[in-house]
Design a protein around this ligand. Sequence first.
Ligand code: NDP
Length: 246
Amino acid sequence: MANLTDKVVIITGASSGIGEETAKELASKGAKLVLAARREERLQELTNELNSDEKRAAYKVTDVTSYEEVEELAEFAQDQFGQIDALVNNAGLMPLSLLNKQKVNEWDKMIDVNIKGVLYGISAVLPHMRERKQGHIINLSSVAGHVVFPGSAVYSGTKFAVRAITDGLRMEEAKESNIRATIISPGAVSTELTSTITDEDMKSGTEDLYSMAIQPDSIARTIRYALEEPPEVTINEIVVRPTEQD
Ligand code: NDP
């Protein structure tokens, strides 16, 4: 994409953390943003901030577990800005727990948001991108998409899946339609993600790791770097973690 000026980027999970910082980072390079998440007030506030000089952003309240809503999000982006250059599939949650705690509802949620939400996003933008024979899809995996630890079985399972899906997408689309696919795998980043942990043992168990967490702007810069590479270059995956993290 090389130059981000006026490139249209959809970001899911833009209401906090990595998604919010990515929106700010890309806007600072001239991109146009379509922001999605469930918390409207946060999206509205960020949109106002990004639009203070000129219209650069629009938002649409979207629950990524609804295929219909994600399709509507892509249509909205197309209507607002006339094209879709990139999608950052960033929405996610991480309610860690041991399997024997049987937190089945949380497993369902993680699978719905972290895996199905990513697939819905891909499906919604692919026709638009294939038509123009260009586009870039960036999916957020994790260091936990490379290694499993007790309590991360399901979360890691979803993030391993994101890596598999992204690699498959890259191989299927590259020659066919020039569409690029990139995996971003962060280590501990200081965001609201740990607030999705309901298990008390896991909450205290992750305190050490998150005491070394880096700020989300570092991941935003990484995403910008992947997007700014020229069309003939695909960054397959970047793993970014706190210097202290094993
Ligand atoms: P945050 O909790 O700050 O952000 C998560 C975002 O996802 C929020 O904007 C939230 O918005 C959105 N979201 C959650 N559920 C849904 C849903 N059903 N529909 C739409 N949006 C949803 O965490 P991060 O910024 O840290 O997380 C971003 C991504 O980075 C996630 O995929 C996470 O797994 C990944 N990651 C994070 C790491 C970390 O240490 N922070 C490490 C490795 C990977 P809302 O509630 O308004 O819908």
